[in-house]
Design a protein around this ligand. Sequence first.
Ligand code: NDP
Ligand code: 2IT
Length: 440
Amino acid sequence: MSTTKIFERLSSTYQYEPTFLQAAKELLASVDTYLQSISAGDFEYRLLERLLVPERIITFRVDWVDDAGVMQTNVGYRVQFNSALGPYKGGLRFDPSVNLDVLKFLGFEQMFKNALTGLPLGAGKGGSDFNPKGKSDNEIRSFCRAFMLELYRHIGIDRDVPAGDIGVGGREIGYLYGMYKQITNSNEGTLTGKDPLFGGSLGRTEATGHGIVYFAEAVAAHHGFTLAGMTAAVSGSGNVAEFTARKLIELGAIVVTLSDRGGYMYKETGFSEDEISEIMNVKKSGQNLDAVTLPHVTYKAGSLWQVVTADMYFPCATQNEVSGDDARAMVKSAKLIVEGANMPLTLEAALVVREAGIPFAPGKAANAGGVAVSGLEMTQHASHYPWSRERVDSELRDIMKNIHQLCVENGQTNKEIDYVKGANLAGFKRVFEAMKKLGW
Ligand code: NDP
Ligand code: 2IT
C-alpha cells in the first residue's frame, strides 16, 4: 500500500467530489514521508484509508414557507466526519453552493484543525443549499427553525456541536439554538457562537480573525519581522475578514482591501477602524460593497489578487478563491500569505507560493482560533461560569502560539518551515493515534 494507491482508489470512488479530493490529496502528500519513516505497514495504510471516510453523513429535507406564503424546500446536511478526539465539532454553512462535496472537504479539514487546537474535539460540518441573500428576518428565522426541527435529533453536547460558517452568524445561531432549546426542553450548549446572554463566550465573534492575526504574528516573528507598517490585502467582508482586518489595524498594519462576491474596495493608505465599521454596517444592512461611499476609497468589480500589490495577503472569503495565476502575481510582492478562509488557495496556487519560498500559513492552522474558542465556550457553558474577555483572549493567544510551534516542529525542512506539511502532520498524528488506541 502507498498514499498514491490510496488516492487512486479515492479518486475513482469519489470522482464527483473534486473539492474533497483536493483536500485529501494535500493531506496525503504531507503524511507520505512520515508513514515511510515509521515503516508503516498494511495496518497503518488501511487505517489511513478509514480516516478518509466520514463516520456518518446525514441529509434531510427542510420544509419552510416564505413571506409570500409559498412553500419552499431545501436540503440540509451534517457530515459527522470523525469523533476519535471528542464530539463532532464544526460549523454550518448556508449558501447555494453547499453540497456533499463541499461539506466533506470542510469536515475533513476540520478534523486536523480541531486536533491542532489540543482540545478534545472531533470533526463535523453541515449546512444547507438555502440562500440567505435577500431573505427577510422572518424568513431566516423560519428556515433556521425548520432546519433544527430535523437536525436536533442528530446533535448533542457529547455527540455533535455545530457552530457558524458562511451565511451563519450570531443571528442564525440564536434562532437555531432557540428552537433546539424548545424542542429538547434543555439548556445544553449544543451550539457554539451563541450570544453571551444565553451561554455564549465573550470573544467568540472575534476569535477566528484575531487568531489568524496572532498566527501571522508568530510566523512573522519566526522569520524576523513584524506586521506593523506592512500593507495587507484582505478578501471577504464577513465575520472572518472583519476581525482579521481590525486586529491587523490594531497592530499597525495597513489594510488596503476588503471584498465581496461582486468586487473589492481599495484604499492606498489603509482603512481606519471607523471605516471598517462603516463598511460592515453597509454589509449588515444587506447591501453589497458597491453601495459604500468613503473618501479615497475605490470600488472595482472582480477579484483583487492580480491587481493589488501588498506585503501580506489574507484570503478570508471562500475555498479556491486564489488561482495559480493569482498566486503568480501575488508572490512578486508577498512576504507572507495567510489563509483565513478554509482552503482559499487552489493546489496550484499553494504550489506556486511554496515554491517561491514565501511563508505560507494554511487555513487549518491559521483559522483554528474560531473553533478553539468554540471549545472554550463549551467548557464555560458546561461549568456554568463565563470567563472574562481577557481570559478568553489570553487562552486564544496561547493556543495559536502552540499551533505555530506544532507546525514548526512537524514542518521543518532543510532551510524553511513548511507550514502546510507541519499542520497536516501534527493534526494527523493526533487523530491517527487516537483511532489506533480506540481500536478503530
Ligand atoms: P461570512 O458569511 O461571514 O462571510 C463570507 C464572506 O466571503 C462574504 O464577504 C462573502 O461575500 C464572501 N464570499 C462567500 N462566498 C464567496 C464566493 N463564492 N466568492 C467571493 N466571495 C465570497 O463567512 P465567514 O467570514 O464566517 O467565513 C469565511 C471563510 O472563513 C469561510 O471559508 C469559512 O469556512 C472560514 N472560517 C470561518 C470561521 C468562523 O468562525 N466563522 C472559522 C474558520 C474558518 P458576500 O458578502 O458577497 O456574501
Ligand atoms: O471552519 C471552522 O472552523 C468554523 N466554521 C468554526 C467551527 C466551530 O465549531 O466553531
